[in-house]
Design a binder for this molecule. Sequence first.
Ligand SMILES: Cc1cc2nc3c(=O)[nH]c(=O)nc-3n(C[C@H](O)[C@H](O)[C@H](O)COP(=O)(O)OP(=O)(O)OC[C@H]3O[C@@H](n4cnc5c(N)ncnc54)[C@H](O)[C@@H]3O)c2cc1C
Length: 428
Amino acid sequence: MKMGGTSRYANAYRRSLPHDVGMSRQLPVPRVGDEEGWVREHLSDLVDGEVKASGAIRGGQEAADTALNAFDVTGYAADRSEVYPIGRRGASRLSPYIRHGLISLPRAWSSVAHGPARDVSKFRDELLWQEYARHMYARTGGTASSIRYAVTARSAPPDPNWIEGMACFDLVVGELEQDGWMVNQSRMWFASHWSVRHGHGWRDGEDLFFRHLLDGSRAANRLGWQWTVGAGTGKAYGFARAQVERRAPGVCGSCALRTACPIQSYPDDPELQRVPAPAGVLGDPDPNATAGPDEAIPTESVNRVWITAESLGDDDPAMSAHSDAPVTFVFDEALLGRLRLTGKRLVFLTECLADLATRRETQIWRGDPVDVLSGGGVATTYAPVPGWRRRADLIKPSAVHPWPWLVKPHGGAAGSFSAWRKNAGRDR
Ligand SMILES: Cc1cc2nc3c(=O)[nH]c(=O)nc-3n(C[C@H](O)[C@H](O)[C@H](O)COP(=O)(O)OP(=O)(O)OC[C@H]3O[C@@H](n4cnc5c(N)ncnc54)[C@H](O)[C@@H]3O)c2cc1C
């Protein structure tokens, strides 16, 4: 449906739409190209620091499709971990689009079908890691992904000089702060240096990443930190100069500390204590509840579609099934007030919404999703995150569409990626 179209859904909805509901208010629709200004005007009090778009990645279905079409998986297996020079990188940089549902995992999976077998296999492994993170997050109710070992923070607050003068960190932190995206290798460097060498709390590091990363998700971010600090496997990842020389040749040569490198040798292994696995890690008594519905059975007629940050793509199942209904997105004021995300994350989401609004009637609100969406007639897509469940329990959607899993959640052990994968029938 075009913006301002005359479908029966749109008219019925518009007649009944007050511009304030409780403490929530409807915002004007952002224009493509003016997203930064829009966030500054309507959301700047919820943002940490200045409002500035990512220096590298734009939001929106069109940008996502362009990135997917341009991605050539050839060479991925060898080059995925290259950090510098940027031209050597083999990573796809699709993660912000995957995170926000603009590219589903099944679509990413099939997009590489004709590439070289080794590269396809490696890329698909990484998609499975994303799926594993989502399963674990949903299974454990969001408390933990797969903690098996306690990691004790040694010092707080963080040593302000922990990366002073290090050229490798100028590169890594610059990308985190300006672009909101880093290659996996740089994330491991940061997390290891922060936690394994300097003893800062990994949960603080996770929160820092979450505020900056365009792909920031509790599921994958938490799993990534846990993996790096050894909370999942009992073996921490050590970061030293050798990795920089291998994955970012040339950086050490430009470093002021090249003859006094603080990471010349590997850090000591931290002492990790085995702890009982959190509920859900060793088995899931109700995998069907974790997975959500297999099909949508509407309980009444639908007059709007609720979209969330998990599912902003044009092929979102609820949006596709109710193609004439307007879509509603709510910037959750209380949640954003707590999270204090950096401006680039909200600009990215706004770019997605501005782009969507060129094709569909899009209603954008700021406030409480439960206030805005209660009252019936809402269709939505299931999201395997506890925050969605809590809100959906109160909103009581009339139709909940299935989440596009790559692998359906199973009830077997999942204390490690390989155990999960074996039980998922995706073992090689
Ligand atoms: C400390 C730390 C924090 C991380 N935080 C996040 C996060 O918040 N959100 C996030 O999506 N990923 C996170 N990752 C995983 C990984 O680093 C990123 O998914 C990847 O770097 C994104 O770049 P890409 O799209 O070029 O990945 P590619 O290498 O091209 O991989 C393709 C896709 O596979 C998925 N993927 C790749 N590696 C992983 C992985 N290790 N775990 C889960 N999924 C993976 C992503 O969806 C990615 O887009 C984190 C890793 C670490 C070590």
